[in-house]
Design a protein around this ligand. Structure first.
Ligand code: ADP
Ligand code: MG
Length: 448
């Protein structure tokens, strides 16, 4: 790279590849700085290939040595490397995306839950354990109540959540069975929480971007998290989502992410504050935080809702400018396109018009300049997501489904129910529930 980059996207597992590609298409000079040393062998091999031929790449340590002090924006795409992010901040660099606080909020669920309780969220019974036998005894003592089990340390694979309609005593029995099975599992979590399951209600993520503790813009994100249509199957990062802007002054922001404003931990914070909650009967039950660029929310925002180039938005964020006008008033949607196992070297094909609205996660350049999948372990099954924007959420969702038809790769799977609302937990059903509550203020959230 001859010139200095405008944007350095820092990654471990390449979640932000599609964001780097977008910023570059928009005219920015972009470098991806990566470090895959902490990954298991198969994943590290995939990380080493990702983005090859598509984007300028460099090892993180070398990028820090080469480009500190040159005016680039460092964007961390996940909560990996918070120490490096804070060290760069200390040196006066422009940094967004992670840091000690946001990493702790995501990875130490118990800490986040207690902080949430301090600022007024409702919290169902939430207990921390480091011993599966003790947790099983606890569950036996509450055998008619359903609990969810969530691993500390950010290992989402070890989280187990009964499905929305599992009867409580069986759900309890199932979590006990899951914990007993974990005892024989080599990767069992050293620490996890059990949280009483909230039945029914309306799940939502509210994301508030702040600069030095002051709010700049707020979004509602409604995610489908289960892998299969009909709200079945394993929880994956995000199977699809809908995202739209609401005023930072709206009651929904005040009842959720806005509660952290003014708390001493967040007083000088620049970054995103996320509240993943279930609204039920006037209560706001805390689930967890993801104070960073979340997935698919980040592609949905930058490929979908943004009206300005990504680099301009990040510059505005770092300068503390109100960011509302840089995002549209409509709805953006995304749909994850998954494969069974990551199919090493297979092409990802489609017309150019669809590929520019497809945000890839795990590809490199193959022969003839086409995109091909990188190999890897289980973590690389998410090939990318289609993104669409429209005046109504339903129209955006339907466009994502049409775009998904045009992108082709082996064993592609996707949630065909992204634009349906016949189950109460589907995102569009939750949007209607939210609109009926009238908490979102007078913008897109109150349109249909
Ligand atoms: N206490 C709970 N009651 C009901 N559902 C829950 C509860 N905790 C988690 N879930 C469900 O499990 C999903 C994943 O849990 P969450 O805490 O949000 O972790 P993550 O988003 O990091 O996977 C949530 O989106 C929600 O649907
Ligand atoms: Mg969540």
């Amino acid at each position: 790279m001859s010139e200095r980059p405008d944007l350095i996207l820092v990654t471990e597992t390449w979640d932000g590849l599609g964001l780097a590609m977008l910023a570059e298409r928009q005219g920015a000079s972009v470098l991806v700085a990566y470090d895959s040393r902490a990954l298991e062998k198969k994943d590290a091999a995939a990380a080493h290939q990702a983005g090859e031929g598509i984007i300028e790449r460099m090892k993180l340590a070398e990028a820090i040595k080469t480009y500190t002090g040159q005016g680039a924006i460092w964007l961390f795409d996940s909560n990996s490397f918070p120490e490096q992010a804070d060290a760069l901040r200390k040196k006066g660099e422009a940094v967004l995306g992670t840091g000690a606080l946001s990493a702790k909020m995501e990875k130490d669920r118990h800490f986040a839950a207690k902080l949430a309780e301090d600022v007024g969220f409702d919290l169902t019974d939430t207990e921390e354990f480091s011993d599966t036998t003790e947790a099983i005894v606890y569950l036996e003592a509450h055998e008619d109540t359903a609990y969810v089990c969530k691993a500390q340390g950010g290992d989402a694979d070890l989280t187990f959540v009964p499905q929305y309609d599992d009867p409580a005593p069986l759900a309890n029995r199932m979590v006990r069975g899951y914990l007993a099975a974990l005892e024989d599992h080599p990767g069992q979590p050293t620490s996890f929480i059990l949280q009483k399951k909230v039945d029914g209600g309306t799940e939502v993520n509210v994301d508030l971007w702040v600069h030095e503790g002051q709010p700049l813009v707020a979004f509602v994100d409604l995610e489908a998290k289960r892998r299969h249509t009909g709200e079945r199957g394993e929880l994956i990062g995000c199977a699809g989502d809908y995202l739209f802007q609401i005023p930072v002054t709206s009651p929904l922001v005040k009842k959720t992410a806005g509660r952290f404003l003014g708390h001493k931990e967040f007083r000088n914070y620049t970054g995103s504050i996320d509240a993943n909650v279930i609204l039920k009967g006037g209560k706001v039950f805390w689930l967890e935080a993801c104070d960073r660029l979340g997935y698919n929310a980040a592609p949905t925002l930058f490929y979908g809702l943004a009206r300005a180039p990504m680099l301009r938005i990040l510059e505005g964020w770092l300068a503390g400018r109100p960011l509302g006008p840089t995002f549209g008033r409509g709805y953006a949607a995304s749909l994850s396109l998954l494969t069974s196992e990551h199919e090493l070297g297979f092409p990802v094909l489609g017309p150019r018009s669809a590929l520019t609205r497809f945000c890839p996660y795990s590809v490199r350049e193959g022969p003839d300049g086409i995109l091909v999948m990188v190999g890897g372990g289980k973590a690389w099954y998410n090939v990318g997501c289609t993104v669409a924007t429209a005046a109504t959420a339903e129209a955006a969702g339907k466009m994502c489904l049409r775009l998904a038809q045009q992108i082709i790769f082996p064993n592609k799977s996707l949630r065909t129910d992204l634009a349906d609302h016949d189950l109460p937990t589907l995102p569009l059903a939750r949007l209607r529930q939210l609109q009926a509550m009238g908490l979102m203020g007078g913008t897109s959230g109150s349109l249909r």
